[in-house]
Design a binder for this molecule. Structure first.
Ligand code: C5P
Length: 233
């Protein structure tokens, strides 16, 4: 156990936690590309578990755990995003559906589901480094990460970003409803007892409400080079 811990300590890890719509996914992809590191979109694991549970009509805890442990998932780089394959099927868009997001946040409150996904998430920490995006990356999954960032933005700004994304995809959306949904999900994620959404004590807080994506990426790159030195250049 000690040996295993030591080995994973040697892998550079940057954690990006924060509420939905704070820009973690986009920032993570851009940083992973710039650094040539691996990335973990931990939310996708909760969404995939939720999707399988809905499709198989398997809502019991034991069924969820079975799904979480045994799902056949492959991530395929696809331009500016990661394609998500579940048992060979492209489910990149399916896991983004609102219903799946709500179910994901519901099952994410079950400690045994979180436990079942823990080792899967830790396995992403391989050289040359990892960018981990989620809610509990810095607090639970990678407590020894060398650089932890907590990204936030106001609910209104996050809803606006999501609204724009949906519109670009040709999906109809209602801004006040999106604000309400984001606030409800924030509440659920922050108030649950299992690994609630909160900044690690040693995380750097970054409020992106007034920042462009480029500004956030540059700021994190600066922190990364201060933290890791020549490993990132
Ligand atoms: O980040 P994303 O919106 O894809 O995550 C979907 C849901 O999965 C979140 O609302 C949250 O409840 C849950 N989640 C979590 N822990 C993580 C990542 C996501 O509980 N590390």
């Amino acid at each position: 156990m000690r040996g295993k811990q030591k080995m994973s300590d040697a892998v550079p890890v940057i954690t990006l936690d924060g509420p939905g719509g704070a820009g973690k996914g986009t920032i993570c992809l851009l940083l992973a590309d710039k650094l040539g590191w691996n990335m973990l979109d931990s939310g996708s694991l909760y969404r995939l578990t939720a999707l399988e549970s809905l499709r198989k009509n398997a809502p019991e805890d034991a069924q969820l755990i079975e799904i979480a442990k045994n799902m056949d998932i492959v991530y395929v780089p696809d331009g500016v995003r990661l394609k998500v394959m579940l048992s060979g099927e492209d489910v990149t868009d399916a896991i983004r559906a609102e219903e799946v997001g709500s179910k994901a946040s519901e099952i994410a409150a079950i400690p045994a589901v979180r436990q079942a996904l823990l080792e899967r998430q830790r396995a992403f920490a391989t050289l040359p480094g990892l960018l981990a995006d989620g809610r509990d990356m810095g607090t639970v999954v990678f407590p020894h990460a060398q650089l932890k960032i907590f990204l936030t933005a106001s609910p209104e700004e996050r809803a606006k970003r999501r609204y724009k994304q949906l519109k670009e995809k040709g999906i109809d959306a209602n801004l006040p409803e999106l604000v309400a949904e984001l606030k409800a999900r924030d509440r659920r994620d922050s108030e649950r007892s299992a690994a609630p959404l909160k900044a690690a004590d040693d995380a750097v807080l970054l409020d992106t409400t007034e920042m462009s994506i480029d500004e956030v990426v540059n700021q994190v790159m600066q922190m990364a080079s201060e933290c890791f030195g020549n490993k990132v250049v």
